[in-house]
Write a protein that binds this ligand. Sequence first.
Ligand SMILES: C[S@@+](CC[C@H](N)C(=O)[O-])C[C@H]1O[C@@H](n2cnc3c(N)ncnc32)[C@H](O)[C@@H]1O
Ligand SMILES: [Mg+2]
Length: 228
Amino acid sequence: MSTRQDFEPTTVEDWKKSDVYHNSFLLGDDPVLEAAIKNSKDQGLPDIAVSPAQGKLLNLLVRTTGAKRVLEVGTLGGYSTIWLARAVPEGGHVTTLELDPHHAKVATENLTNAGLADKVEVIVGPAGETIKKLEPNPHYDFAFIDADKPGNLLYFQEAKRLVRSGGAIIVDNVCRNGRVADPEYSDASVEGVRTLLKGIQGDKEVEATTIGTVGEKGYDGFLYAICK
Ligand SMILES: C[S@@+](CC[C@H](N)C(=O)[O-])C[C@H]1O[C@@H](n2cnc3c(N)ncnc32)[C@H](O)[C@@H]1O
Ligand SMILES: [Mg+2]
């Protein structure tokens, strides 16, 4: 056994091994989620879902906050949706918004296979429009924003309208390999995160922080906000 002290994981492969190691103790086999990943891949969806460890963190946060009604922006194949829907209690509900009808179809298949179709409504269309049609009564308790990044601030502002006081809003992919903090770098997704951060700065209706994450999906981060 190596006792080297100078090991510094530097590649996503190193961090993938780290995730696999931790997951081997804490997550276990999950044929339903594995089937969702396979079905999504087989039907041509991109590999951009949250990682298993991140999905479980979302699940634990929903349970910790006692959330019954959850909003998701950006469904893809429903991988994160399954983690969220598993966390809501009997009578709870997840509303998830997705632009692409093919993604929504695959997500519906995966949710049905997971036995969760009754708990989840997949709404197809541009979230900038569909989110505005959602009503805050009954309120949502928890929102997870993970769609197109230029829409981040709009989705966040709408989520604030829908989520109750004391509820939580999480935004995925807010570090983007550190590029968000690199003044030399710009693209539409990075600018979407910067606009979100500027929008939250000085917003007295929320308290928020960013937690950087590293794992099999690389270097990124979650923004976690509580609605006052
Ligand atoms: C990163 S993926 C979501 C991953 C999913 N939350 C998971 O972790 O399993 C982003 C999704 O947002 C969708 N999307 C992109 N632009 C959108 C928009 N304007 N409105 C709604 N969904 C959008 C994409 O089609 C894609 O399915
Ligand atoms: Mg994401």
